[in-house]
Design a protein around this ligand. Structure first.
Ligand code: HEM
Length: 452
């Protein structure tokens, strides 16, 4: 569906919920359920509505066409919310995700070759080793909190691929670097949600712990960078080497820039991938027939480096129902117009990715888990471009290829080795918004398959 508007509207003409004096709609926006609240307002007020967040103008868009129009109009028309850049900058992590304008354009061009298919092939042995560790762990002991288990997996993969550091949280715990990494994401996330940057004036214990963690990671990474610069292999086995190989003689990375990109990859690649994998396993647990189809496919096409159409359809369907980053927060750089609505410079524009993916006008029977709809000849409505879990336009997620390899590796390993089911009387996990959507209390049962 697209919004048909005949004359330019201003943001104030848009429908939206009534709010409180001064605070506007802020008290109606519970941080952990923000995505649900934005969805229910979209149901009530339509695909474009306005909010007042403590005096700040915000519009929320969930129309697939307008979503793409906004995301395409970067870096010129829209940017990520400005607080993201300053927070990442002071952490020394102003990389691909948070850079803007020409700096982003230059960095994107320079960094993209590091994510290419040839390099992913080079990274694959690391994935195989770590997936095998996860299999052995789950054979030894039934997994508890699935999300926590999968975070061990993605931490191990990203630490090895960025830092060249075999942290191995799957088989051991208590590693110093692990403790540092665990600190960074929640504190960064908390800072992004803070209305006032208190830490620039007063440092609480958690802020001092963050500084310490960043200093330790920087020291470790300095060694990795020095080793990679001294002897750059032809085939990179980690992102630092791949980034250095991407330099083209005219443009090159400084050590500071490499640190920022490594930290960006660590931050962008962990929770997103572990949560997406957890939701996928949840859907598998409720659908034994889907597990069987995956088993048959991976018996025929064993390598995750090859196209595995059914497994990829399962991943697409799981991320349609539960995109791990359901809300993409943008800010208008100058006065602009979208869908006939005049948007003043500085307006926050929230692209609601999740809502469009679960509307019957875009996908028939939208709340049913049905991978078949991605395999050609779907029944009824099927609008693939309404489901954009990896974003869209020039800032589309460069880690999609690696994320898909991780998701497919775990799903294939689980289906080969186990029967996976929902626990009897198990409650549906709650989904909480923390920048990524996290399944709280997700427990699944894994039974070793006989004869394997
Ligand atoms: C299932 C897992 C993942 C999901 C759902 C995901 C989703 C996203 C989304 C929605 C964006 C914003 C795109 C936009 O603004 O249009 C993004 C950006 C980004 N992602 Fe991912 N991501 C995942 C995994 C990864 C991994 C594994 C890496 C690194 C290896 C990564 C690195 C990045 C980077 C660097 C950006 C910023 C790109 C830019 O602004 O130019 N992501 N991701």
């Amino acid at each position: 569906m697209s919004v048909s508007i005949t004359r330019p509207l201003s943001v104030d003409d848009l429908p939206g919920p009534g709010g409180w004096p001064v605070l506007g709609n802020l008290p109606q926006m519970p941080p952990a359920a923000l995505h649900r609240r934005f969805d229910s307002w979209a149901d009530e007020f339509g695909p474009v509505y306005r909010l007042n967040v403590a005096g700040k103008r915000v519009i929320v868009v969930s129309d697939p066409e307008l979503n793409k129009e906004i995301l395409r109009n970067r870096p010129g028309g829209f940017r990520r919310q400005s607080s993201i850049e300053s927070i990442m900058d002071e952490m020394g992590s102003n990389g691909l995700f948070s850079l803007e304008g020409e700096s982003w354009r230059r960095r994107r061009k320079l960094a993209m070759p590091a994510f290419n298919a040839a390099h992913l092939r080079g990274f694959h042995p690391t994935l195989e080793t770590i997936t095998e560790r996860l299999r052995r762990r789950w054979e030894r002991q039934a997994p508890g909190d699935i999300r926590a288990e999968l975070t061990r997996y993605t931490v191990d993969v990203t630490a090895k691929l960025t830092f060249d550091y075999d942290i191995n949280t799957i088989e051991q715990s208590g590693d110093v670097i692990q403790r540092h990494l665990e600190l960074i994401f929640p504190i960064m996330n908390r800072r992004l949600g803070m209305p006032f940057p208190y830490w620039r004036y007063v440092k609480l214990p958690q802020d001092r712990a963050l500084d310490k963690a960043l200093a330790a990671l920087r020291e470790d990474l300095t060694g990795v960078i020095a080793r990679a610069r001294a002897a750059l292999p032809e085939r990179p086995t980690n992102f630092i080497e791949a980034l250095l190989l991407a330099q083209d003689g005219q443009e090159s990375f400084t050590d500071e820039e490499l640190f920022a990109e490594a930290l960006t990859i660590l931050i962008a690649g962990q929770d997103t991938t572990s949560n997406a994998t957890a939701w996928l396993l949840y859907h598998l647990a409720g659908n034994p027939d889907v597990q069987q189809r995956i088993r048959e496919e991976v018996a025929e096409i064993p390598s995750v480096l090859d196209r595995q159409p059914y497994l990829e359809a399962v991943a697409a369907e799981s991320m349609r129902l539960q995109p791990t980053t359901p809300l993409l927060a943008m800010e208008a750089i100058g006065d602009t117009e979208i869908g006939g609505i005049q948007i003043p410079a500085g307006t926050w524009v929230i692209v609601n990715v999740q809502h469009a993916g679960v509307q019957a006008r875009n996908f028939s029977d939208p709340l049913t888990f049905d991978p078949e709809r991605w395999l050609g000849n779907p029944h009824g409505n099927h609008r693939p471009d309404a489901s954009i879990p990896f974003g869209s336009g020039p800032r589309f997620c460069p880690g999609r290829g690696l994320a898909m390899l991780e998701i497919k590796s775990v799903a294939a390993m689980v289906c080969r080795t186990f029967d996976i089911s929902l626990p009897a009387n198990g409650e549906k996990p709650r989904d909480q918004f923390h920048f990524a959507v996290i399944p709280i209390g997700m427990r699944l049962e894994l039974q070793r398959r006989s004869g394997d």
